[in-house]
Design a protein around this ligand. Structure first.
Ligand code: HEM
Length: 138
């Protein structure tokens, strides 16, 4: 995984975090209206901030596998109670890539697309592992 590539591209979009989050949720709700009920009691403005802060934390800790793994599994475990199902992860990944590409504009490239898709896949796998742990426990 090209960590420097991921980090420099995230730094590029970070100043436009609000646009990134707006684009992500509008794409998600447009392409996957079935997920809307999960967010019906959620304050979207705050949620957008949490998503961006979480992405920043992930990008900051890419070398710290153990810390990141614990963080993501715990977060996946919590997501079970939000109603998140395994297929939702692919939908979110697709819309996140659209939002990153739109926000990065001309700076976006096939290489960045591939790096982010790989990174998101690893993030989703760890969250799903945490979710499975939760489902087994309950
Ligand atoms: C990379 C993947 C994801 C990241 C980084 C992420 C990040 C977050 C964060 C940081 C929160 C705040 C609450 C907490 O920390 O537990 C949250 C809440 C939430 N997430 Fe995610 N999430 C991801 C994937 C998903 C997916 C696939 C869904 C399903 C559509 C989803 C639905 C929700 C909902 C509904 C909440 C609101 C919970 C509430 O306040 O009731 N998330 N997410």
């Amino acid at each position: 995984m090209n960590i420097e590539h991921l980090r420099s591209s995230f730094q590029l979009v970070a100043p436009k975090a609000e646009f990134l989050a707006d684009t992500f949720y509008s794409t998600l709700f447009e392409r996957y209206p079935g997920v809307k009920p999960l967010f019906k009691n959620v304050k979207l403005k705050q949620q957008k901030g949490k998503l961006v802060a979480s992405l920043a934390f992930i990008v900051e800790n890419l070398e710290n596998g153990e810390k990141l793994s614990g963080y993501l599994q715990d977060m996946g475990q919590r997501h079970v109670s939000y109603g998140t199902e395994v297929p939702h992860y692919a939908a979110v990944g697709e819309c996140l890539l659209v939002a990153l590409a739109t926000t990065a504009g001309e700076a976006w490239s096939k290489e960045l697309e591939a790096s982010w898709a790989e990174a998101y896949g690893a993030v989703a796998d760890l969250m799903i592992a945490g979710a499975k742990r939760e489902k087994k426990a309950s």
